[in-house]
Design a protein around this ligand. Structure first.
Ligand SMILES: NC(=O)c1ccc[n+]([C@@H]2O[C@H](COP(=O)([O-])OP(=O)(O)OC[C@H]3O[C@@H](n4cnc5c(N)ncnc54)[C@H](O)[C@@H]3O)[C@@H](O)[C@H]2O)c1
Ligand SMILES: O=P(O)(O)OC[C@H](O)CO
Length: 381
């Protein structure tokens, strides 16, 4: 062995295995507030950061977030601030919960205030332009930090009320953590957040978890559109199932696991979001399917509908890596390219017939498609 080998003399860096006692939550919307309440109820010291000082002052005075979760009081252990340095001082971990379009700017800002503690992104989307997953965006802006994600089937108003909820918390494992997963940042965060009604599962498949959370929003818009247009349960079940196929194919192409996609952050969230008008994504689709013009949806109020921008960033990414995502493409066409909803879904239903698992790789023209009719016409001319 070469005694001058640098690796022999470099200090051994032990993973930081301290329990997570205090948590900063960045973003005082519905989900940030619900997560802050969850962590405080689990016994953590929690600081919730909001960008609007007037809103923060109102939350401090009222002991609740009247704007986003008006019916639930804050538990003990939760304080609010509009000062990011105060929010993260002494934090053992950070939950980043602003809309995906703001994550890069928030991460850049956070990095100025934070030591090397783990950061978990709780937003669901893919960055416009770069096609980067949220954890990669944060990793690029906060290179000294372990970056993980927290995702799953979670309506904020239910979690805040203490209805039993389960999530997946994922972060990369070192080789030592693979041998002892309970020492990983994801597991330590799961311990910090868990309570009798909040049940975290632990994973190291960050990309698999993120793909589920991003794709389900686009599929929920599709389900809403079809339901709003007057179709029923058969159609919705088909969209959910084929949407899951799109999710699995993309996750696998990006190095994630298909099994992760069958978990809480994939099937779990797809089922929840595509089944309820509590979902903003499903609800946008419903309104569009009913013929309401986009500016009039939600009564004209600005509502965070992540699937709307994700429809573009997701399909750009899928095209780049060569994964076909016909439902997501249809949503993109309708939302962003002025395509007619009825015609687009008719075309979706008469796409070439294929094998159900993608591995059964063949296709033939669907009898109802224009191509098939042309082919038959030529054959019988
Ligand atoms: N609401 C839910 O049930 C739920 C559940 C799971 C995940 N999520 C995800 O959480 C993320 C946030 O959603 P939400 O429901 O909390 O949204 P929200 O509309 O309830 O709140 C968004 C918050 O982000 C702040 N914000 C908006 N733009 C910002 C910017 N540019 N910089 C800093 N802050 C900004 C707003 O002031 C507000 O406090 C989304 O990615 C969503 O998909 C939401
Ligand atoms: O209201 P949505 O459609 O943004 O969905 C909220 C959560 O992501 C559901 O898990």
């Amino acid at each position: 062995m070469d005694m001058h080998d640098e690796t022999i003399h470099s200090p051994i860096v032990l993973p930081d295995q301290r329990p997570i006692r205090s948590i900063a939550v960045i973003g005082a919307g519905a989900w940030g507030t619900a997560l802050a309440m969850t962590a405080a109820s689990a016994g953590r010291v929690v600081r919730l950061w909001g960008r609007d000082p007037a809103h923060v002052e109102a939350m401090a005075r009222q002991g609740r977030n009247s704007r986003y979760l008006p019916e639930v009081d804050f538990p003990a252990g939760l304080s609010v601030t509009a000062d990011m340095a105060v929010a993260v001082s002494d934090a053992d971990a950070v939950l980043l919960v602003t809309p995906s379009s703001s994550i890069r700017a928030m991460a850049r800002r956070l990095d100025q205030h934070l030591g090397g503690v783990p950061v978990f992104v709780c937003s669901k989307g893919i960055e416009a332009g770069t096609g980067m997953m949220m954890s990669d965006v944060v990793g690029a802006e906060m290179p000294r930090h372990t970056v993980g994600v927290l995702s799953g089937p979670t309506f904020a108003h239910e979690t805040a009320r203490g209805y039993p909820t389960a999530v997946t918390i994922a972060a990369p494992f070192t080789s030592a953590e693979r041998a002892a997963p309970q020492t990983s940042p994801a597991a330590r965060m799961a311990l910090a957040m868990g309570s009798e009604w909040f049940r975290p599962y632990v994973s190291d498949d960050v990309i698999g978890v993120e793909i589920g959370g991003a794709v389900k929003n686009v599929i929920a818009i599709a389900c809403g559109m079809m339901t709003g247009a007057g179709f029923a349960e058969n159609t919705r079940a088909a969209l959910i199932t084929r949407g899951l196929d799109e999710m699995k194919a993309l996750a696998a192409a990006l190095g994630g696991s298909r099994e992760t996609v069958t978990g809480l952050s994939g099937v779990g969230d797809l089922t929840l979001t595509c089944s309820s008008s509590s979902s903003r994504n499903m609800s946008l689709g419903l309104q569009l399917g009913q013929g309401i013009a986009r500016p009039m949806c939600f009564g004209g109020a600005p509502v965070v509908v992540e699937g709307e921008n994700t429809a573009i960033s997701l399909t750009d990414l899928a095209r780049r890596v060569g994964v076909e995502m016909p439902i997501s493409e249809a949503v993109r066409e309708i939302l962003h390219c002025g395509a007619d909803l009825g015609e687009t879904f008719a075309a979706l239903w008469s796409q070439p017939i294929r094998g159900e698992p993608r591995a059964l790789s063949f296709e033939m023209a669907h009898p109802a498609s224009v191509e098939a009719i042309d082919t038959f016409a030529r054959a019988f001319a």
